[in-house]
Write a protein that binds this ligand. Structure first.
Ligand code: PAF
Length: 280
């Protein structure tokens, strides 16, 4: 596996692959890799001859009150995992490579509508940071296909919309959430949970699954369902940001007539903000 930290090097390698007619897949990450990321890599390998993974803890997507300095950085261990998984190229740039003009002066990509509400409301500016860095990474790597986890459902919607609106020549693939045996969605943030919080954490998935089953069973009073879920999460020790039944295409609160639904939840447990979702 080749390891590069400059865009020029990545472009040269990718151009050579392209000259040989090889298809290229890209998995952007912030590192601290777990089985969820490795599933993205496994899917990438099925879809392309070459796989590029980036590791970049993107300062632009962290809010002023969010602790980027304590975000887990495990580059050596990540690199071993990627090598073992048969990744061809690891791109791990410095912030100066991604934002040469500095953060304040960087051109930004704003994706309206799907970025609003849900995590966009709880984390102002977050999706501008995500869309900007993903757009830059797409242009730096120039892959044919990019893979993202469905756990970050709104992020995936934002990226799909950006790619469509800005005509990026890249296919976007969403990969189903990987879960622990007890249902907890894999996330780097799970590492912030104490042993006691970790034992409570699967309740998030249980409440979500119960409400999904209720909607499947014909429940159409979504406001009641949401307030029940919020009360159950609070009773279990969470501080919920939102629990919302949404239209899968618009990510707006669903009406009783909507057919394609997704239920999304974000809740704090101690110092960890956990998110999850299930399509109905
Ligand atoms: O999902 C993530 O890890 C990040 O938001 C991403 C897509 C790599 C952009 O920094």
């Amino acid at each position: 596996m080749e390891k590069l930290d400059r865009m020029s090097g990545v472009r040269a390698v990718v151009a050579e692959w392209r000259r040989k007619g090889e298809r290229i897949a890209f998995v952007p990450t912030m590192g601290n890799l777990h089985a969820g990321h490795m599933q993205l890599v496994a899917e990438a390998k099925k879809r392309a001859r070459r796989v590029v993974v980036s590791i970049f803890v993107n300062p632009l997507q962290f809010g002023a009150n969010e602790d980027i300095d304590n975000y887990p950085r495990t580059l050596a261990a990540d690199s071993e995992l990627l090598q073992a998984a048969g990744v061809d190229l690891l791109f791990a740039p410095q912030a100066t490579e991604v934002y040469p003009q500095g953060l304040g002066a960087a051109t930004r990509v704003e994706v309206p509508d799907v970025s609003e509400g849900l995590c966009g409301e709880s984390r102002p500016g977050h999706f501008v940071g995500v869309a900007t860095v993903v757009a830059k990474l797409f242009n730096m790597v120039q892959a044919d296909v990019a893979l993202f986890g469905q756990k970050d459902y709104q992020q995936l919607a934002v990226i799909r919309r950006m790619v469509s609106d800005l005509c990026f020549p890249i296919e976007i693939v969403g990969v189903p959430t990987v879960r622990e045996q007890d249902g907890l969605a894999l996330s780097s943030r799970n590492g912030y949970l104490s042993a006691q919080e970790r034992a409570l954490a699967p309740r998030l998935y249980q409440v979500l699954s119960e409400k999904v089953a209720r909607v499947r069973g014909g429940e159409r009073d979504f406001a009641r369902l949401e307030s029940e879920a919020l009360a159950e999460l609070r009773a279990a020790g969470f501080r919920p940001d939102y629990f919302r039944v949404c239209n899968r295409h618009t990510l707006k609160s669903a009406t009783a007539q909507d057919r394609d639904l997704v239920i999304l939840v974000a809740a704090w447990l101690g110092g960890a903000r956990l998110i999850d979702n299930q399509e109905v």
